[in-house]
Design a protein around this ligand. Sequence first.
Ligand code: NAD
Ligand code: DAU
Length: 341
Amino acid sequence: MKRYLVTGGAGFIGSNFVHYILKKYRDVQVVNLDKLTYAGNLDNLKDLKGDKRHIFIKGDIACERDVMKAYAKGVDIVVNFAAETHVDRSIGDPSDFIKTDVQGVYCLIEEAKRLGIEKFVQISTDEVYGSIAKGSASEESPLLPSNPYSASKAGGDRLAYSYWATYKVPVIVTRASNNYGPYQYPEKFISLFVTNAIEDQQLPLYGDGKNVRDWLYVMDHCDAIDFVIGNGKDGETYNIGGGNEKENREVVDIILDALGKPRSLIRHIEDRLGHDRRYSLSIKKLRAMGWKPKMSFEKGLRETVAWYRDNGWWWKKIKSGEFRDYYTKHYAKRLSESKAR
Ligand code: NAD
Ligand code: DAU
């Protein structure tokens, strides 16, 4: 039996990964350590009730006691998703980002080293390369993070690697592009715009809307992580991209068309500070090993839009809770000063 410790498994990608692993493998145990911050949501794991292979522990990866409690359940493979993840919030207040995305990695990997675990996967991000003007970032490209979120993630990414280089802890680092799919907290671009559009609310597009992101369907991301656990080499880093580079304004148009909503919902608002223009990943390394993304952007986005349309129970609760104050604080003034496209 393989025993996983998944951290941040009540968040967007982590909960999808827990589902992926429990569905793909029969003989597994998944210990899920999550602090349940504003982004952690037990509704994401609702359908696992009664599955004894899944053990949920509420706790902080930056707290030694919580981490030891999780490892004590028995762990072979650690997959560290736990992080503060929203760039806009990191611009407002970076402190939790440094605590979780750097100090948390330290706490989690120290214990992994002490126990001699079999594999430690650090989930990093393409944002560590910074904005890419031309071409695509390979795993050898320099790290030039440019906001407090990506700088903290770069710290965690290299700290994890240092435990391989220095102590031979079997670390693998993955750097993925922008994920989309079910259970994404509705503060992120696609989940926010889809749910706003469903409710005929304005869509707050930053700046000129020409920033480019590469979109990766969340289950393709989970599949790639599973693939590198089985086929990757310790001490290596793997880019995971979807091969779907799009300007934000193109994505908005697809969302509106899928929902049959008018372009007049789009509002151009004041830009994000230090907004990275373009992310782009080369995934030659993973392709050469035999992995590639399976989901096309058109189909993935259609299915995602349908999921949010059919699962209002999931996001309406969030949008009428913590999120409402955040939204007002972050967007109200900018929206009132905005212009229609
Ligand atoms: P998310 O914000 O949806 O979820 C984060 C989860 O981590 C939440 O459940 C939260 O409660 C938990 N958490 C936060 N601080 C914690 C702590 N100190 N201890 C324990 N749990 C804690 O994030 P996501 O979008 O699912 O991202 C997951 C990981 O993937 C992150 O490491 C992120 O940097 C990385 N990543 C995300 C994307 C993306 O597009 N979303 C792309 C590439 C990489
Ligand atoms: O690239 C991977 C990263 O993708 C992950 O590491 C991060 O955790 C994740 O949050 C995401 O970061 P981005 O900043 O790229 O994602 P976000 O959804 O916040 O924004 C995507 C694009 O949409 C970006 O160009 C900003 C723009 N945007 C976003 C929001 C929330 C808007 O125009 N309006 C908005 O309201």
